[in-house]
Ligand binder design. Structure first.
Ligand SMILES: Nc1ncnc2c1ncn2[C@@H]1O[C@H](COP(=O)(O)OP(=O)(O)OP(=O)(O)O)[C@@H](O)[C@H]1O
Ligand SMILES: [Mg+2]
Length: 346
């Protein structure tokens, strides 16, 4: 039998399998990209831009579409300043303001309050045009900064991204009436789109001919079920690892199946680095303990946690929605929260 040698690999380039790889062009999102372009187009002519409210389930290309556009803007020159902020990581107006300062290279931030920072930000940004993306906006603890940016910046587009269509309805009227954002939905991909996206990544990532069709089809089907392209990228990489571990020159169905088994315990939709410290310390607790939310809250408090039960509960819900942790639901009983998924779930 023809085995893979130690110095050989099935992967010619791992980058296309990474979550933050930006393909060019982005398939199946022409309509959405067009809408985003329309919103910022006035900025090119020195006028104020439109604002966008982008929503859709996890892993459907929302962040990708905006980052792609930001890269194009950077390429075009420096009349429009693109600023990307993940509000899960920067979750207060003050932290967001600091992040904007960092993005524009303003260093005199020490001991300054949010208003003071905003004053400097406005002065700098009003010399040009700005596109600000507030990704995972629902994770921001306060939204005051949106009001300020809207009021103070003369030429800007504000793009807010979230998984929740209803988020905008709960936004303070005062802010909403200033923003008047256009809503933009990213629907889940259909089966042929999922295949198209994954196939393209495979062509860039794998040595030609090493990926067996049956293995690919199984991964594509699973990805379609899960609706999140990240799960497909994870499975492809895992399947290749399994094949290499067995010194196989081909990624076969059996390797894809093994990848799916591992998926249950290892796949996490977001990179841990996308989460704040608090979420990560919660995840650590849940890695070591499973139980009802009440029980976990008890452990959290014992470990010195200081958030209210309500806040704790909300954070657990967020982690569940993002598939970072799992809940086992039995009729009429409290949910048991744990870290890993069960294999039988897939
Ligand atoms: N049309 C596409 N073509 C190629 N890759 C895509 C496409 N759509 C999504 N992806 C890939 O899927 C992964 C998830 O996309 P992205 O990060 O944009 O998801 P998202 O919609 O922002 O999800 P979340 O709400 O969880 O943040 C990324 O690795 C991205 O490159
Ligand atoms: Mg995203």
């Amino acid at each position: 039998m023809d085995f893979l040698r130690d110095d050989e690999s099935l992967i010619k380039d791992e980058t296309p399998l990474c979550y933050d790889y930006i393909p060019k062009p982005i398939k199946y999102r022409e309509g959405q990209q067009q809408e985003i372009s329309y919103a910022i187009k006035p900025l090119l002519n020195g006028r104020d831009g439109g604002n966008l409210f982008v929503y859709g389930s996890p892993g459907v290309g929302k962040t990708l579409a905006v980052k792609y556009l930001f890269r194009e803007i950077e390429f075009e020159g420096d009349n429009i300043i693109p600023i990307y902020i993940n509000c899960w990581k920067k979750d207060t107006s003050h932290r967001i303001a600091l992040e904007i300062c960092k993005a524009i290279g303003y260093k005199w931030t020490h001991n300054k309050g949010t208003d003071e920072l905003l004053k400097s930000i406005t002065e700098i940004l009003n010399k040009k045009s700005t596109v600000i993306c507030l990704d995972e906006i629902d994770k921001a603890k306060d939204t005051d900064i949106i009001y300020n940016l809207c009021e103070d910046l003369n030429k800007k587009s504000i793009i807010m991204i979230t998984n929740y269509r209803d988020w905008i309805a709960d936004l303070d009227d005062r802010i909403r009436s200033r923003l008047v954002p256009q809503s933009l939905e990213f629907e889940a991909y259909n089966a042929s789109e999922v295949s198209g996206i994954l196939r393209e990544r495979c062509n860039f990532a794998f040595v030609p001919g090493v990926l067996n069709d049956e293995a690919f089809d199984l991964v594509a089907r699973k990805t379609c079920e899960l609706k999140d392209i990240r799960s497909g990228l994870f499975l492809l990489k895992k399947a290749a690892d399994e094949a290499e571990r067995k010194s196989s020159r081909e990624i076969k169905l059996e390797h894809a199946k093994l990848a799916i088994e591992k998926f249950s315990s290892e796949f996490k939709i977001k990179n841990a680095k996308e989460f704040g410290d608090e979420e990560n310390s919660l995840i650590e607790i849940i890695k070591e303990n499973s139980g009802t939310i009440k029980e976990l809250y008890g452990i959290y408090i014992k470990k010195g946690g200081n958030k209210s039960y309500r806040t704790f509960y909300r954070k657990i819900d967020e982690l569940l929605e993002n598939h970072m942790i799992e809940a086992d639901e039995k009729d009429g009983k409290a949910r048991i929260i744990s870290y890993g998924r069960k294999l039988t779930d897939f």
